[in-house]
Design a protein around this ligand. Sequence first.
Ligand SMILES: [Zn+2]
Length: 105
Amino acid sequence: MNSINSSSISMTKKTLNPCTRCGQERVLQKTWKEDQITIMGKIQSVTFGQTICPNPDCQKIVDQEIKVLEEKQASLKKKRESNDFTRKKNSLEMANKARKNKSRI
Ligand SMILES: [Zn+2]
């Protein structure tokens, strides 16, 4: 709508939360409140905000990049877990074998 205005603003205004792709100041998409328990044991409502890039096309790519990154991390985690599982299974099999050998004697 007023893209010329917003670009001139971003020139003078310091961007606090720039988009990782285009560097434009991200806009607040939504806010929500969540109750959190403080160290003192009291319940305190904290306001959270989600910001998006003013450029929907850019935001779409950012979303995609985040998704890819999350999937990569998830698969890495899964791999690590399965490695742990194999290691545990192997050590269990070794222990079982050792036990069997002992019982034979
Ligand atoms: Zn952007």
